[in-house]
Ligand binder design. Structure first.
Ligand SMILES: NC(=O)c1ccc[n+]([C@@H]2O[C@H](COP(=O)([O-])OP(=O)(O)OC[C@H]3O[C@@H](n4cnc5c(N)ncnc54)[C@H](OP(=O)(O)O)[C@@H]3O)[C@@H](O)[C@H]2O)c1
Length: 285
């Protein structure tokens, strides 16, 4: 098959990134699959001769510098960039350390910026390229206990919106992907990194976590959580399109909640979220 060019997918060792790498390889792209877990990437590369594993820890500034230099000097440059690597931490603001919030920003935002900066010079020279940035429904409004993660995705939204306008004159397309809850390793990783919140929080917060947990469990009763294929298909649709949309959003409650966010004012949306999350009636004496 004739190659369609070089693609880079970050966070390709699992979930949405893995499925996207496989689909792009199937479409004829030469895919650089980047993430930390080398064995996972090597296993993925066995699935297609078009996939090349590139182990890298995006939170390691030296490794990120080396990777960026490598991208700038590729003989065949990256013309499709999928900035997908990311993770979450949970907790009320008082329960999340500043250092762990910084590590969230390192991967979810600063690595995305650095890698984009490394790919842009070639895309500009070639007057073509597609950059797809993974945001989230929480990139437009946060849920309680997801403030820091939501902040990284709000920042991704802003960077992506500005970049779209800056590089459109060079024929470079920039797309935001806004998933709702998707069944990947994402939640498991967030739980592992967060640890047991209830055992370490101040007793004041216990009813907040418990009520919110029950509220979310109720909200998601009988809701089936889609797999990563749903979002990988959207990403590939955007990449293959002659004129991709600015934003693609999919997942449980995504259309409904983003619609309400546009329809209601700040006060109204805050009230709706307190109701949806079960926190509306909670007073801690
Ligand atoms: N799943 C959801 O509900 C959901 C909803 C909205 C948005 N999203 C966004 O979608 C994207 C993909 O998430 P997913 O659901 O597919 O989660 P996932 O299965 O946990 O995959 C996350 C990927 O990011 C990589 N990664 C994390 N830290 C890294 C680091 N320091 N260096 C390099 N790679 C790193 C992981 O690889 P290694 O661990 O091997 O490094 C993994 O390949 C993320 O940006 C996430 O914020 C997910």
């Amino acid at each position: 098959m004739e190659t369609k060019g070089k693609a880079l997918v970050t966070g390709a060792s699992s979930g949405i990134g893995r499925e996207t790498a496989l689909r792009l390889a199937r479409e004829g792209f030469q895919v650089i699959a980047a993430a930390r877990r080398k064995e996972r990437l090597e296993e993925l590369a066995k699935r297609s001769p078009n996939i090349v594993p590139r182990p890298v820890d995006l939170s390691d500034s030296q490794a990120l510098d080396d990777f960026s230099r490598e991208l700038l000097n590729l003989s065949e440059p990256v013309t499709v960039l999928i900035n997908n690597a990311g993770f979450s931490l949970r907790g009320a603001l008082e329960d999340v350390s500043l250092s762990s919030i910084k590590s969230l920003f390192e991967v979810n935002l600063f690595a995305l910026i650095k890698i984009t900066q490394a790919c842009l010079p070639w895309m500009r020279r070639l007057r073509k390229g597609t950059i797809v940035n993974l945001s989230s429904i929480v990139g437009k409004f946060p849920f309680p206990t997801s403030g820091p993660y939501s902040a990284t995705k709000h920042a991704v939204e802003a960077i992506t919106d500005a970049l779209r306008m800056e590089v459109r004159p060079f024929g470079i397309r920039v797309v935001t992907i806004r998933p709702g809850m998707i069944g990947t390793e994402f939640n498991e990783t967030a739980n592992r990194l967060t640890g047991d919140l209830l055992s370490r929080t101040d007793p004041d917060y216990k009813p907040v976590y418990q009520t919110y947990g029950a509220g979310m469990a109720k909200l998601f009763t009988n809701v089936s959580i889609p797999g990563p294929e749903l979002i990988a298909d959207l990403i590939v649709e955007a990449v293959l399109s002659d004129s991709p949309g600015a934003v693609y959003a999919k997942g449980p409650f995504v259309k409904e909640l983003l619609g309400e966010r546009l329809r209601l004012d700040d006060e109204g949306f805050y009230r709706l979220m307190m109701e949806k999350t079960g926190l509306k009636g909670l007073i801690v004496e």
